[in-house]
Design a protein around this ligand. Structure first.
Ligand SMILES: [Zn+2]
Length: 93
């Protein structure tokens, strides 16, 4: 039942790359959940450089209006890595 190595034919299916990509933190910035999106906050008064925020789906949806107002860029971590989806949520300048 709890074997260290699964026998041939019992290998796990395709993994969610959020769990294997070393560049994605195991815990979101907002809560102990896995991050679903990477939000890049643009520079602003008192913040001279962009800041990355790793948010879970729940807190991303809860913060969406504020993120839109701040002109944040959102990268969906659930998208396949071969086709990264960087969506600019702010209106183009
Ligand atoms: Zn959260």
């Amino acid at each position: 039942m709890f074997r260290k190595n699964p026998p041939e034919g019992e290998m796990p299916g395709p993994e969610d790359f959020r769990f294997t990509d070393p560049e994605i933190p195991a815990v979101a910035c907002c809560c102990p959940a896995r991050p679903t999106v990477k939000v890049i906050m643009p520079p602003a008064a008192g913040r001279p450089h962009p800041v990355d925020l790793w948010l879970c789906g729940h807190h991303y949806r809860a913060s969406l209006a504020a993120l839109l107002a701040a002109g944040a860029t959102v990268e969906d971590l659930t998208a396949p890595p071969a086709r990264p989806q960087a969506d600019q949520v702010a209106a183009p300048a």
